[in-house]
Design a binder for this molecule. Structure first.
Ligand SMILES: [Mg+2]
Length: 340
């Protein structure tokens, strides 16, 4: 469960590419609140705050996300069915990131004064589409008036063997599914960046607005994975969390990141190194996995090896072009509002 895992806001700056990264305000607040709540009593909670989802005995995982108008999305620039889709998809992505299958979700919505019932119905059309696509039915929730639109989704999943962020082993390779950077490129194009020649704007916009949880990929990786998480805040931020939770040094080569179609051109238009641009962009919702090097050669789904796990202090070490710059990822408490 992520107490404050909501959508993007940019911010955390690393002191250097090879030193331990300051955790950022969001991480610090989560740790403070987790300390306030204390360890859960009894033997039902197997893993509490700090992973993609909580793990409850015997086999349940449980997570939630919150979307707030003018913090995570702006009305007028966000199609409402896409908003509904994404609200559920990011939760199901966290379920997948535990190597679990979605069971069901609850949705609570506060409706701002200038929103209509038809607006809310459109949001639920997107929710329903994602529920069908991912096999995660919405089975209840609540609706209230509020000062702005606030959408909270809670999802339950079931795992044969939950795969945590804390399982990375020295000697593992670090790999990702799919291609990265498309959501960030799409977000910038939707916010007005002039599209470079040859870039498929619709593809990148869809990557930002309609993420597809990697359930099939998680299923395929579950048996071999030592550690698993979804790339929600950019590889730089998420690989750092992996290192910290596993107590290992994670080395990532920015030149090996698989770039989505059009990302290189968008990065070039901004004068950015593509790997560094991609590592700090949020909301890819691909899976980051560590596993035995021999297993990486025989996986049933396409993955790209981007680094390895080494002995040493719990830190992220970035290599490759752009790694000398200070790189961070999304920090949900420090950044300006983003369009969804
Ligand atoms: Mg996650």
């Amino acid at each position: 469960m992520n107490l404050l895992r909501v959508m993007p806001a940019k911010g955390v700056q690393m002191a250097s590419a090879t030193t331990a990264c300051p955790p950022g305000r969001e991480f610090a607040l989560i740790e403070r609140l987790a300390a306030r709540l204390g360890d859960p009593p009894g033997d039902v909670v197997l893993t509490g705050i700090g992973d993609d989802a909580a793990v409850l005995a015997p086999d349940l995982v449980w997570t939630c996300d919150l979307l707030v108008e003018d913090v995570h999305f702006r009305r007028g620039t966000t199609p409402l069915d896409d908003l509904g889709w994404k609200a559920l998809a990011v939760n199901v992505s966290d379920i997948a990131a535990m190597a679990a299958e979605p069971v069901a979700a609850l949705v609570a919505v506060a409706v701002g004064p200038d929103w209509t019932e038809d607006d809310v119905d459109q949001i639920y059309a997107g929710l329903a589409g994602c529920a069908t696509e991912t096999g995660c039915p919405v089975v209840g929730g609540d609706v209230s008036r509020g000062p702005a639109l606030v959408l909270s989704v809670t999802a339950l999943g079931r795992a044969g063997r939950p795969v945590l962020r804390s399982g990375a082993r020295v000697g593992d390779v670090v790999a990702v599914t799919g291609a990265l950077g498309g959501s960030e490129a799409g977000r910038l194009l939707l916010e007005g960046l002039a599209p470079p020649a040859g870039v498929d704007v619709d593809h990148l916009a869809r990557r930002h607005r309609r993420p597809v949880p990697r359930l099939a990929e998680a299923r395929a990786l579950a048996r071999q994975a030592h550690a698993l998480l979804d790339v929600s805040d950019g590889v730089a931020a998420d690989a750092r969390r992996l290192a910290e939770r596993s107590g290992v040094t994670v080395v990532v080569d920015l030149d090996r990141l698989p770039l989505d179609a059009g990302v290189e051109a968008v990065a070039a238009a901004l004068g950015r190194v593509p790997g560094a641009f991609t590592a700090t962009g949020g909301e890819d919702y691909e899976l980051l996995v560590t596993l035995d090097p021999a297993a990486a050669d025989t996986l049933p789904v396409p993955t790209t090896v981007i680094g390895r796990v080494e002995p040493g202090p719990a830190r992220l070490e970035l290599r490759g072009r752009g790694a000398d710059a200070t790189l961070g990822g999304w920090d949900h408490l420090t950044a300006p509002a983003a369009s969804t």
